[in-house]
Design a protein around this ligand. Structure first.
Ligand SMILES: [Zn+2]
Length: 209
């Protein structure tokens, strides 16, 4: 049985009102510091962005797949926005924005290079790691569990998949344990009575709708 909880395949994008898009367009050329503007429009944009991302991602980190309800949540720029060495011109491109846990974003990703071949059109760039929106993660790597064992096997992997696993330490003991814990929570939750399910829901990372 393939395991798909490790890296999310995003197929839906947040949407914004025309006034918000006009406001962001009006700031061009985009500079990194604009992200922290304290205007009401910017605050509203960022609040709406996170709300929509959490819904689209089912409250999970885009990279490691673990639940975000009890973790630090970041609005994550896949191609980072730093003025020096980054890509602030992609700062408000919706395809470049995801919700990620603080560990993946701050500890692992930081401001490491992400764009392998640059193009001024974001969608024509080539990236080092699996892109959650443009790539299909399960084509880059397939994890499977085989009946009767708790072990998780890698069945298929591409060079990009390999680089992504190494980058996000997805094969580390901690990441594996977190992911396994999450998968177990889902499996147990689905077998519970309504009362017990409500109790688990109150304390769990996993937040079924
Ligand atoms: Zn994560």
């Amino acid at each position: 049985m393939p395991i798909n909880e490790w890296y999310l395949n995003i197929t839906e994008l947040p949407a914004f009102e025309k006034s918000t898009i006009d406001y962001l367009d009006g700031l061009k050329p985009h500079k990194a510091k604009q992200w922290d503007l304290q205007t009401n429009q910017m605050k509203a944009y960022k609040t709406s962005l996170l709300e929509q991302l959490l819904k689209i991602q089912d409250n999970r980190c885009v990279y490691c797949g673990t639940g975000l309800m009890r973790q630090l949540v970041d609005r994550e720029h896949f191609a980072h926005k730093d003025q020096k060495g980054g890509w602030p011109e992609f700062m408000f491109i919706t395809e470049n924005l995801f919700a990620a846990c603080g560990y993946c974003n701050r500890m692992l990703k930081g401001i490491k290079p992400m764009v392998k071949r640059y193009n001024k059109n974001y969608s024509d760039c080539e990236f080092h790691l699996i892109h959650p929106y443009f790539d299909i993660p399960t084509k880059e790597i397939v994890f499977v569990s085989r009946g009767g064992s708790d072990a998780i096997f890698v069945e298929h992997i591409t060079p990009k998949g390999e680089e992504t696993i190494a980058f996000f330490e997805l094969d580390s003991t901690i990441a594996t344990a977190r992911r396994a814990g999450y998968i177990t929570e889902i499996a147990i939750y689905n077998q519970l009575s309504a009362d017990n399910a409500a109790e688990v829901k109150a304390i769990s990372h996993y937040r079924p709708a």
